[in-house]
Design a protein around this ligand. Sequence first.
Ligand code: XMP
Length: 536
Amino acid sequence: MALNGNDQVQQKVLVLDFGAQYGQLIARRVRDLRVYSEIVACDAPAAEIAAMKPSAIILSGGPASVYAEDAPKIDPEVLELGVPVLGFCYGHQIMAVTLGGEVAHSEVGEYGPAVISRSGASELLGDTPAEQTVWMSHRDAVDRVPEGFTVTSKTDVCPVASMECPERKLYSTQFHPEVRHTEHGQEILSNFLFNICGLEPTWTMDNLVEQKVAEIREKVGDDRVILALSGGVDSSVVAALGARAIGRQMTCVFVNHGLLRKGEPEQVEEVFTKQFDVDFIHVHAEERYAALLDGVTEPEEKRRIIGTQFWNEFFAVAKQLEEDGRPVKYLAQGTIYPDIIESGARKTGGKASTIKSHHNLIPFPEGVHFDLIEPLDHFFKDEVRALGLALGLPEHIVYRQPFPGPGLAIRIIGAVSPEKLEILKNADAIVREELDAYNQRLFEETGERNSEHSCWQYFAVLPDIRSVGVMGDERTYARPVILRAVESSDAMTADWAKLPYDVLARISGRIVAEVPGVNRVAYDITSKPPATIEWE
Ligand code: XMP
């Protein structure tokens, strides 16, 4: 459970995860305050936790009732380690019952915003107002605090909205300070970290680079590592970390299926051969993919063929590598925290309920086994981006927009052909050039990379139809290109971007003028739902 190489980190806050759907959010809020934090399973024995030398411990929320038979428990010794502890929601209730207080079932739950009234002084609530809005999500509630604790706030429904025992450095809240809707959540967390625990906001991305490099070195030793490098942010950050940690002990395998955007394979090769010193293998699989996809029109069939062939190509390289007699022990992966939460909290104690199975699970062939290295599995996308910048990755990789694994094949409706690919790549390059520039202008105006109106994902789609046009004096019967540009934060929902007419006009004018075979441009004005972002 303990991460290796932790001696690098002087101050560390451990979040004990009781199955909160977004347990990592707490660790993330702590890191936002520039204190390192990571998550561990709630039932870790006190000795194991002590060995990790935490400066503070936070107990997360969770879906269970403390009195349920299979309710997650805490080793009571954790509360006796002399390390300050802060509990939220389930963490608040488990602290109460573990120390002899009582939690009662309540008829009326509290879900959503609630107003707490403070009673008396509180180290935790500090200078926050006497009445303030917090975010609640509970049915059970503490109704008798353990000996030595005082109640520091309540709501109309909840008799103990927060409690503390400063002598033992134990604090807890029924509400969720980690959620943005809790008005003074970050201030409450700051009070805990800086005033109560005496920590300093000194942690930076450079510290994280050093820590991750040390962990990878310690884990890998002299062994060999292979990485499937797609050119996306996550795998590129792992490649850059690996380059710094273990250099040429790592082989980055870049499978080029010929379905990437214009210029992309060249950019990936440039960065990982010139800028980073790793063993880089560019697998030119374009022709094999073209043959496999020839005449295939059904979207799921395209995905299946592309996915299966990817691993065929990858494992063929892995096998070749081992022909020199040195086995490859590890497979490095750019799994990030949201991937894990989507696949059911596989590492965080397994308590969060499964949402959906992760699309990147690897089908190892018979007889093949690698141990996994996933250095980003505690982090959110924007933290991974910051890590990439700290490692010196270029902005075109760090801020690369999401791009589907099956690539342009699912943006060509119907069968993929070299002619259609050429059209789409050229049209898409214009879309990206114009909307990159548009986003850059917004960034300069607002100072925000993802301002309200910036486009989150934008690309061209090539439908399987032709239409009539007139160019010069000639009638044309050529292809339309569809522009798709959306605003979103997580791809779960999206709205079509309200682009200025002059931007739309420029894109349309350029595509028709510069891309042979195209005589019309349409704009997709559908949100998700009911549509999806991609067309296939
Ligand atoms: P949809 O089209 O479902 O897409 O609204 C949501 C987000 O996921 C991306 N996407 C994929 N990413 N493999 C991926 O790695 C895929 O097969 C895939 N399909 C869609 C899409 O670009 C969007 O950002």
